[in-house]
Design a binder for this molecule. Structure first.
Ligand SMILES: CNc1nc2cc3nc(NC)[nH]c3cc2c(=O)[nH]1
Length: 373
């Protein structure tokens, strides 16, 4: 009998929670940051390095993997963990968000979404049942429901329609997922920037007694204050003893402020995407290595970091690699950035354990703002 999926809150500091998710493929220390491994790879990284910077779990994108190499092919090859050589937990999104943001000619009905691939124009249909089937073929540990994320700003009745459709799809995903002891299916709270709709969505999903809850429909262009207000409204309605995952977030500042409101899990393309564009995240803010001012700077990014990419190379060399569009530039900066994000999460977890999250959070923010970079 596979070890069941369990979540324990080990310590709290205000609304911030230090917890741990235990699954057959390993444990996830929360608050956790999930590096995004879109097409079965965390771009420009070896999976050993991803593990080395302290990641307990990575995110895989259903939309990309179903188009290429195909979910059935990944299943034939032993599943995503075997395929990508990542033996630890994987969370897969359900594909809906990327269908709406990447595919062409898409049509959304009660049944699901139909769309054409942005790669070769082939036609696909994604129903709640098919999304769960695909995530099962990938052997995903934490599977997301198919939902409809409304871009903001939006008309209230549009937000309500999408929120209610997402609830019906949550029921269908729960049925399709069935009972898989070592795995989990998370619901996704929608409701845009409307308090009443957020509460209705969170209450209805809580009644489904799922293993975890994502807060969706945010980080879609709304001001940070609106995102945080929706967390203030949504988190208290969700069960205390289940993980809460804020999708697509965010900057270090977003993460600090969201942990303070009760969020346990994050994913964001920023550290990896920024690394490929010459941007380094450090304890003292961002460093744009494209900038000519680094051309003669012999200093490393951060001599106190335990990441070789941050400690072992001059800014002059990194500037040269970025300007020359050398692959090593993207590799070293992605390594540095993921290391910074995991160190941030490690500091957050430690601060909650010692009841010093607010002080530590202020120090991190102040260091970030100091910008003596
Ligand atoms: C898979 N479903 C799903 N993914 C999302 C991914 C997001 N990524 C962002 N900002 C980068 N917001 C998001 C919202 C959702 C959302 O509401 N639903």
């Amino acid at each position: 009998m596979a070890k069941p999926f369990t979540f324990k809150v080990l310590a709290t500091d205000g609304k911030a929670r230090r917890g741990v998710i235990d699954m057959p493929r390993g444990e996830i220390r929360t608050p956790a940051f999930m590096p995004v491994g879109t097409g079965g790879t965390v771009k420009a990284m070896y999976m050993d390095q991803v593990r080395g910077v302290g990641a307990d779990i990575i995110l895989g994108n259903t939309y990309h993997l179903m188009l290429r190499p195909g979910a059935e092919r990944v299943a034939r090859l032993g599943g995503l963990h075997e395929f990508a050589r990542w033996p630890h937990p994987i969370l897969t999104d359900s594909g809906g968000f990327q269908v709406m943001s990447l595919s062409k000619l898409r049509k959304l009905t009660e049944k699901g979404v139909t769309f054409r691939s942005h790669i070769d124009g082939a036609a696909y249909e994604m129903s709640p049942e098919r999304s769960i089937e695909i995530q099962g073929l990938l052997d995903s540990d934490i599977q997301m429901q198919l939902d409809e994320c409304t871009a903001l700003p939006a008309e209230l009745k549009e937000i309500e329609r999408a929120m209610e459709l997402s609830l019906r799809w949550a029921e269908r995903c729960k049925t399709a997922f069935g009972d898989q002891p070592g795995k989990a299916m998370f619901g996704i709270v929608q409701g845009g920037d409307n308090a009443a709709l957020r509460i209705r969505s969170a209450q209805a999903l809580s009644a489904m007694e799922l293993k975890g809850y994502a807060v969706g429909g945010l980080a879609v262009g709304e001001p940070q204050a609106v995102m945080l207000e929706m967390l203030d409204i949504t988190c208290p309605v969700l069960p205390h003893n289940k993980p809460r995952y804020l999708m697509g977030v965010g900057t270090p500042d977003d993460i600090l402020k969201s942990v303070a409101r009760g969020i346990d899990m994050f994913d964001c393309v920023m550290p990896t995407r920024a690394g490929r564009h010459g941007l380094a995240y450090t304890r003292r803010g961002k460093v744009n290595l494209r900038n000519a001012r680094h051309a003669d700077d012999p200093r490393p990014l951060d001599e106190e970091s335990d990441c070789p990419a941050a400690r072992g190379y001059s800014r002059a060399y990194l500037h040269h690699l970025v300007r020359s569009q050398e692959a090593l530039g993207a590799m070293l900066l992605t390594w540095n950035n993921l290391s910074y994000y995991q160190k941030l999460m490690q500091d957050i977890r430690a601060a909650i354990e010692t009841g010093s999250f607010d002080v530590r959070g202020a120090e991190i923010t102040e260091g970030w703002a100091r910008g003596d970079i």
